[in-house]
Design a binder for this molecule. Structure first.
Ligand code: PLP
Length: 397
């Protein structure tokens, strides 16, 4: 039985898989089992930010694996110690809880906010329409999109949904019960929608004034994706809690919840935990990632991101009936279409380009930070070829 058919038979069917069986992935390329090369502008959903099988990450994994794979969080381990110090130095002074995924990183942030608020009766968390915070029961309650919640109720209470980039809608929901506001600096799954600086600064002001915690979910925007180590640095707004995952582990599962010093004592021994959280091999991989996340790479990401944006703007002018808007930050880029994008993604795949579509109509591009202008030219030319196909004309607005 071939791989795709076996998966169909034995895997719970929760993913809409595309017809590509991966044989190998190196640098910017993913190779199919038919030997076909694909330029990867998806990076495993913003995980492989430094390309696939980066030699420094692979070598860090090998060397830690040869020492020990797992010993438990009851013992002191060098990779966790070094990585927590590194994160605190890079983002802001504080303490880290390590987990295995984005949803868990947010779950920890939610629990911490509730524990912090409980003496004063605060437990509500304000999140935003079209947000995405994970797939656990609490994080789908935080995710203000009914498509992820339908059929899974009753959900935990205490989540209120405001409009993204609309500060007045937040003010209307703030009450004595509000413990935290949780936001993605750029909504990813929600359609690649950057916050305005005014909005994030407005949230910070509300939080300061009303003694509310500000949580930034940087699971997708962090680790250089938006042209800074963390997107909050671009906006000049520092959260009280920062959640990270995806590219943090360089391809291995790792989540982190960084809490500012004033919150460092909120969770006490026994309050929270994870068997695998902060696995030594994942932390070693992450330390290699941190080395790669230098100022030169970030400035490269910003400059190629700008170039990509401009090339897509030109494409929009050429296909005004198909592309509605180009937007993004750094190398987190989206092109909203006037029509569904699923079949456009499929045509790109046939031509050797991996991209994704979210919210039905938004093409999402998440190339690795090491992408060069010539790769962007190649991707844009494939997209141009696809958008030029005559079949789309019948559905244009
Ligand atoms: C902003 C954001 N938060 C949370 C998550 C959940 O992360 P995970 O799938 O690792 O649980 C994602 C995943 O796409 C995300 O983009």
């Amino acid at each position: 039985m071939n791989i795709a058919r076996k998966e169909k038979k034995y895997l719970v069917n929760v993913y809409k898989k595309v017809p590509l069986t991966v044989y190998r992935a190196v640098g910017k390329y993913v190779f199919g089992d038919n030997g076909r090369r694909h330029l990867d502008f998806f990076s495993g959903l913003s995980v492989s930010n430094f390309g696939h099988a980066h030699p420094k990450i692979v070598s860090a994994i090998k060397s830690q694996a040869a020492k020990y794979l797992h010993v438990s969080n009851l013992y002191h381990t060098a990779p966790q110690a070094a990585l927590s110090e590194r994160l605190s130095n890079m983002a802001f002074p504080g303490k880290v809880f390590f987990s295995n995924s984005g949803a868990e990183a947010n779950e920890c942030a939610i629990k911490l906010a509730r524990k912090w608020g409980s003496p004063s009766g605060k437990y509500e968390i304000i999140t935003f329409r079209n947000s995405f915070h994970g797939r656990t029961i609490a994080t789908i309650a935080a995710t203000a999109q009914t498509k992820f919640q339908k059929g899974f109720g009753p959900l935990p209470i205490g989540f209120k949904y405001a409009l993204f980039n609309d500060i007045s809608s937040v003010k209307k929901l703030v009450s004595r019960k509000t413990a935290a506001i949780m936001v993605e600096p750029v909504q990813g799954e929600g359609g690649v929608i950057p916050s305005t600086e005014k909005f994030l600064k407005g949230l910070a002001q509300i939080c300061r004034g009303k003694k509310i915690l500000l949580i930034f979910d940087e699971i997708q925007t962090g680790m250089g994706r938006c042209g800074a180590a963390f997107a909050f640095q671009t906006y000049g707004v520092r959260p009280d809690i920062l959640t990270l995952a995806k590219a943090l582990g360089g391809g291995l599962p790792l989540g982190a919840t960084l809490v500012s010093e004033k919150l460092a004592g909120v969770l006490a021994p026994g309050d929270h935990g994870s068997t695998f959280g902060g696995n030594p091999v994942s932390c070693a991989a992450s330390l290699a990632v941190m080395e790669l996340l230098d100022t030169k790479t970030l400035s490269h990401a910003r400059s190629v991101g700008k170039y990509f944006f401009l090339r897509l703007e030109v494409l929009k002018k050429k296909h005004p009936s198909l592309i509605k808007e180009v937007r993004g930050l750094g190398l987190m880029v989206g092109a909203e279409l006037f029509r569904p994008g699923g079949d456009i993604v499929a045509e790109c795949l046939k031509r050797g380009l991996l991209i994704n579509c979210t919210q039905d109509k938004v093409l999402r591009f998440l190339p690795p930070l090491i992408v060069e202008r010539r790769d962007i030219d190649e991707a844009v030319s494939i997209l141009d070829e696809v958008l030029t196909l005559s079949q789309w004309t019948s559905t244009k607005i």
